[in-house]
Design a binder for this molecule. Structure first.
Ligand code: T4K
Length: 372
């Protein structure tokens, strides 16, 4: 058994395949600023993600920030605290105020029953997160958004390649933002994309990701730099060729964990929604008090054996130091409870099933049990 298992490990294409893909960069010297590989990956992803429109970005975070800015939103954005800090930062850094909605205790996504009570005259958008690839209650969110004339931007950073009711997750809402970070199911080293509904949003995103430049002597908007370079795009092109095997292998790992941990007293695992085709990006396990060992004790027991589980997402965004005294965590009790009880266990395509068995053995031993 290896002594160091991390929560995730990037998949890399065969080295020759990548070298072959980047060779022509030494011939044409065009290595960034929307080159050929950028264009190719963008069109491949448009089709893979089943979206009408897509704009590649340098990462998931800038996809979120620039989408909020391209929509010219103002005031308040209703969002979830149960996410990676990027979601909240994107709202705040765009001059908007996050209003935190609690989560559903089973899906960990925004509790749609609580959204309407948070809407004020200042609300301009809803920004839910398909956390761990758990798809939000799309129908209810769309209903509320159209009733109050709000934009919907999904943080889809965990849901690359997933479908809901047969359609790509990125085709829902006004826009969906994806991350292609090295730790994701699909990556371009660093990278991201915005899938969006209204074509005019794309034009603004194109400007905003390239300083607002309209031509050599014309700058129309106060943009940023969020372009994906050609080496990243080449990595994306290679990884996309292997994506089906990547997801299939992850599914196998996920099912292996479930074969050991499903039904164990005090452990709560994700219940799959039959409408969703999952990507198995994360393997979250919740350790409730009936388990007999706390989440932190499980974390420590694994760490002692060289296994790095992660407390994604602890602490929750509305309790982070940088936001202290600005928000009240007691207003989102389900998110707070979950963040104190959850562990994401290692999952990546090359993780050996023997490692999964070993991890489960360590966990079950805490309850005095052994693998069957
Ligand atoms: N919205 C949501 C909901 C997100 O989860 C994220 C990112 C974003 C927005 C923003 O998207 P990006 O701007 O990042 O594209 C990691 C990732 O850096 C981050 O992308 C991800 N979410 C977040 C959930 O996880 P850290 O701080 O936990 O990363 P780090 O460096 O601790 O790495 C995690 C594990 O991966 C480690 O065990 C080591 C392993 N690893 C990592 C890297 C970078 C490798 O084996 N190789 C590597 O190259 O944030």
């Amino acid at each position: 058994m290896s002594t160091n298992v991390l929560v995730t490990r990037p998949s890399l294409p065969p080295m020759d395949e990548y070298i072959n893909e980047i060779k022509d960069l030494w011939e044409n010297y065009w290595i960034t600023n929307m080159g050929e590989k950028h264009q190719l990956l963008q069109s491949q992803l448009k089709s893979y993600l089943q979206t009408d429109h897509i704009e590649l970005m340098v990462n998931g975070h800038m996809s979120l920030e620039l989408t909020l800015q391209a929509m010219k939103l103002q005031g308040e954005v209703i969002t979830t605290p149960y996410t990676f800090v990027s979601t909240t930062h994107a709202i705040v850094r765009s001059g908007l105020t996050p209003i935190f909605c609690d989560i559903d205790p089973d899906t960990y996504t925004m509790d749609v029953e609580k959204i309407e009570s948070l809407i004020t005259d200042d609300t301009s958008a809803i920004l839910p997160v398909h956390v761990y690839g758990n798809v939000c209650n799309i129908e209810e969110i769309e209903k509320i958004a159209s009733k109050y004339d709000l934009k919907v931007i999904y943080d889809a950073c965990h849901s690359f390649g997933e479908t809901y009711k047969g359609k790509g997750v990125g085709s829902y809402g006004n826009a969906s933002c994806f991350s292609f970070h090295a730790t994701k199911v699909f990556h371009s080293i660093e990278g991201g994309a915005v899938c969006y509904r209204e074509p005019e949003l794309g034009k603004r995103l194109e400007y905003l990701k390239n300083f607002g430049i309209d031509g050599p002597e014309s700058v129309l908007y106060i943009g940023a730099n969020a372009k994906m370079n050609e080496f990243s795009a080449a990595m994306g092109i290679c990884n996309l060729r292997h994506i089906e095997q990547e997801i299939e292998k992850r599914k196998h790992i996920d099912h292996r964990y479930k074969s050991h941990l499903e039904g164990v007293k005090g452990i709560k695992l994700r219940q799959e929604d039959p409408n969703v085709l999952y990507n198995y990006a994360y393997f979250p396990a919740v350790f409730e008090s009936e388990f007999g060992a706390t989440r932190n004790e499980v974390f420590d027991a694994l760490a002692q054996e060289g296994i790095e589980a992660r407390k994604y997402f602890y602490p929750i965004a509305n309790s982070l130091e940088c936001y202290r005294r600005r928000f009240d965590v007691s207003e989102t009790p389900n998110a707070l409870h979950l963040s104190n009880h959850i562990l994401t266990l290692p999952i990546y395509s090359d993780l050996a099933v023997e490692e999964v068995d070993h991890i489960c053995e360590i966990i079950l031993k805490l309850q005095g049990k052994r693998l069957l």
